[in-house]
Design a protein around this ligand. Structure first.
Ligand SMILES: *Cc1c(COP(=O)(O)O)cnc(C)c1O
Length: 430
């Protein structure tokens, strides 16, 4: 195909005239990998098609939500049926109760849950709740973890260990960032030191228990266990941000894999099944601080939207099919093992990992275990690989530092086709 006549190019040019950078969320702009973003016109099962009607095997799945495959007939039917009854009421519906009951059943640490419309909103609200419930201001987060774009969370480490953070975005006041302590992921001793120094000021620790926003990075059990112990000892609230890992790494989320009970859990992505639903919930004693019961304010015109809840509920039912996660994990493993073998054949330094239906690809000789190691992965090699795969009809996350996702519709034949394409892509690198 002649790139100069691609409809993606002309759409991107047009988009930039009315939308900052031509996109409504930065990673879509391909800035990290270079080139023109693909404008998607439709999706089905494991595939989507761009404006030139070129088909791709999709490994982002809308960044997680498309776990049962795109445009699953049962999800679409539920959405259509809900839409015919009206789009939004600004008054409660039974669907919201069903959804809350389902979340509490699947994630037992959640006794009370509030539905919202985005992961950002859920994480921001969980922080306010933690601060309101403890009467403390300081929060602890980890470098490389993403919790949406709330002001307190767009913060990187300060100049020294245990110094408070600096904003990573213009427009975030220093005064907000100074309440956020940023520590290194999987560095248990830093947590010990932080609590020893200022344990009585820390409202909460927020963490991605399986990190998916600096590529895929597992936490060590010791890291999460220490966090749980220190929070309990010092009266701080432990928040697991499972927006990505929830209903993705296992039916019960990362907390079920590690056997750790957080005080609050933040959910999103899969629970909306492709429509805007997110949630935060946890232990009733904490959740009772939320309005209208308590003094911590939080609200939303479209929270618990009936059409979005219909998509989410149907997805939550589908993922409870017997063997769903075993099969999803097998698919992701078949992919990472196939890619690793192909890279080895080509003599490329490469590793891969997966947890449930989520995977990470690393252009490095050894699997990274912290943020600093992750940042040493060979970005240029990834970018060349990304474009070779894209040209051949495989859509990977357009950044060396994002995780990938498989759906229940990615069968063995699709994985094997992907691995075959990758084998030739790896050879082009050398
Ligand atoms: C995607 C994500 C968010 C933000 O969710 P949005 O719906 O994009 O606002 C927060 N936390 C984690 C772990 C995420 O992966």
């Amino acid at each position: 195909m002649n790139a100069s006549v691609s409809k993606n190019d002309s759409l991107f040019e047009r988009a930039q005239r009315t939308t900052p950078g031509g996109v409504n969320s930065p990673v879509r702009a391909f800035r990290s990998v270079g080139g023109t973003p693909r404008f998607i016109i439709r999706a089905e099962g494991p595939y989507f098609w761009d404006a030139d009607d070129k088909r791709y095997i999709d490994y982002i799945g809308s960044w997680g939500p498309a776990i049962v495959g795109h445009a699953h007939p049962e999800v679409i039917r539920a959405v259509q049926e809900a839409a015919t009854r009206g789009l939004s009421f600004g008054a409660p519906t039974e669907g919201e109760i069903l959804m809350a009951e389902e979340i509490c059943k699947l994630v037992p640490s959640v006794e009370l849950v509030r539905l919202v419309s985005s992961g950002t909103e859920a994480a921001m609200s969980a922080l306010r709740l933690a601060r309101g419930a403890t009467g403390r201001d300081k929060i602890v987060k980890f470098e490389g973890c993403y919790h949406g774009h709330g002001d307190s969370l767009l913060v990187k480490a300060g100049s020294g260990l245990l110094t408070f953070g600096n904003p990573t975005s213009a427009g975030v006041p220093e005064d907000f960032a100074k309440h956020t302590l940023v520590l290194e992921y999987n560095h248990t001793q830093q947590l010990e030191d932080a609590f020893k120094t200022m344990g009585d000021q820390i409202a909460c620790v927020i963490v991605e228990p399986v990190a998916g926003n600096m590529n895929l990075l597992r936490s060590t059990p010791e890291f999460l266990q220490t966090m749980r112990r220190l929070c309990s000892e010092h009266g701080a609230i432990l928040i697991f941000d499972e927006v990505m890992s929830g209903f993705r790494v296992a039916l019960g989320g990362a907390q079920s894999l590690y056997g750790i009970t957080p005080d609050l859990t933040v959910l999103g992505k899969v629970i909306g099944g492709g429509l805007p639903v997110a949630a935060f919930g946890g232990c009733a004693d904490i959740m009772k601080h939320l309005a209208p019961l308590g003094a911590v304010y939080q609200a939303g015109t479209l929270s618990g939207n009936p059409v979005a809840v219909a998509a989410g509920m149907t997805t939550l039912k589908l993922i409870q099919a017997p063997g769903f996660y075993e099969s999803l994990a097998r698919t992701a493993k078949r992919l990472t093992e196939g890619l690793s073998a192909a890279a080895k054949d080509a003599g490329t330094a490469f590793c891969a990992d997966s947890v449930g239906g989520m995977f990470g690809l690393y252009f490095a000789a050894e699997q990274p275990m912290d943020y600093a190691a992750m940042m040493k992965c060979d970005k240029n090699r990834f970018n060349a690989f990304f474009h070779a795969m894209l040209d051949a009809g495989v859509y990977l996350a357009p950044s060396a530092f994002e995780a990938g996702f498989v759906s229940a519709q990615h069968d063995d034949a699709i994985i094997d086709e992907t691995v075959k394409i990758a084998a030739s892509a790896f050879k082009q690198l050398t």
